[in-house]
Ligand binder design. Structure first.
Ligand code: CDV
Length: 311
């Protein structure tokens, strides 16, 4: 069985507050058709694909908040995507806001196989931002208000002859994210992101630095775990709030092999050889031979910094 898979990173341009789920799914279907014409095996869409990045808006009415969440997946709006992808035999992944039957709220992504079956679910662990209105910021980032931290850890799944994992946006900046999946032999991590073009707490940190940190994090995670990483953005201006775009596909040596050129809906395609993950996993990052867990206790024992005592 071939271990080469053709991946389509389906970057999305902005989704305005007023845009309906049905309109977004039509755009996703357009990208799926492009992927079909390129003979892709897998299509990856961004974080919170179905809606605008609503955590930038401060809301106090839970009914208003809940309008941004999906109670079922697939549902009426997304079923055409599931059906068309299954018809084409294309696996896919996308992010959405999930409200569980017992009322929990998560920033979630799913992995769907060639037959349209949901084989994997991930809930964002590293939620950035704050939970109350913060007037010191240029704009709000209220993920900690609207979501709970993910409760599923970082599992991996077998699909398309390989081992796949997921994470979401801010998770990509944390080495622990990749390493937990690396320790399960992950060969491809798919992730979506909504990264504002400017740091809301530091106006001089603009798009150039934001792209640098995006690439730095994703390339390091790929290299240090010898895995493919497919990082897919929403870009452009959502109701006046610009986001960086810059979707990339990174190989297990940490090199960018494909990159989006626009800030709009754009499919970038690359043939990814899952066997290319083997060399790094068997040599410099052969975890079994080289890791020294006796020295890593602090990684799981503490969150904040414990500085040495003053002398
Ligand atoms: N959606 C995100 O998680 N955004 C963060 C921003 C707030 C830094 C990110 O890591 O891009």
């Amino acid at each position: 069985m071939s271990r080469m898979i053709r991946v389509g990173a389906a970057q999305m341009g902005p989704v305005q507050k007023a845009e309906s789920r049905q309109a977004v799914v039509r755009r996703m279907l357009d990208l799926l058709e492009q992927a079909k014409s390129h003979k892709c095996d897998l299509v990856v869409y961004p974080e919170l694909t179905l809606t605008t990045f609503f955590p930038r808006w401060f809301m106090t009415d839970q009914a208003e908040v809940d309008q941004w969440f999906e109670r079922d997946m697939p549902n009426e709006a997304t079923r055409p995507l599931f059906e068309k992808a299954a018809e084409h035999g294309i696996a896919f992944s996308f992010g959405y806001a999930e409200r569980t039957p017992d009322g929990h709220h998560f920033n979630t992504s799913i992995l769907v196989d060639r037959g349209g079956r949901v084989v994997g679910k991930y809930r964002k662990v590293h939620l950035p931002g704050h939970d109350e209105f913060d007037e010191s910021r240029a704009f709000q980032h209220l993920e900690k208000r609207y979501f709970e931290a993910g409760d599923l850890g970082f599992p991996v799944w077998r699909m398309l002859g390989g081992i796949f994992g997921m994470c979401i946006c801010n998770d990509r900046r944390w080495p622990e994210t990749y390493r937990v999946m690396g320790l399960q032999g992950v060969e491809m991590i798919v992730l979506g992101y909504n990264t504002p073009s400017v740091n809301s707490q530091r106006s001089e940190e603009g798009p150039e630095k934001r792209h640098f940190h995006n690439r730095l994090s994703v390339q390091a995670g790929a290299y240090q775990n010898s895995t493919w990483v497919v990082a897919v953005a929403k870009g452009g201006s959502e109701d006046g709030h610009p986001m960086i775009a810059g979707s990339i596909i990174v190989n297990p040596e940490g090199e960018i092999v494909a990159e989006a050129a626009t800030e709009g809906d754009e499919l970038i395609v690359h043939d990814c050889d899952l066997d290319a993950t083997k060399f790094g996993k068997e040599t410099i990052f052969d975890f079994k031979r080289h890791r020294r867990v006796e020295h890593y206790g602090r990684i799981t024992d503490q969150t904040g910094v414990t500085s040495p005592p003053d002398v």
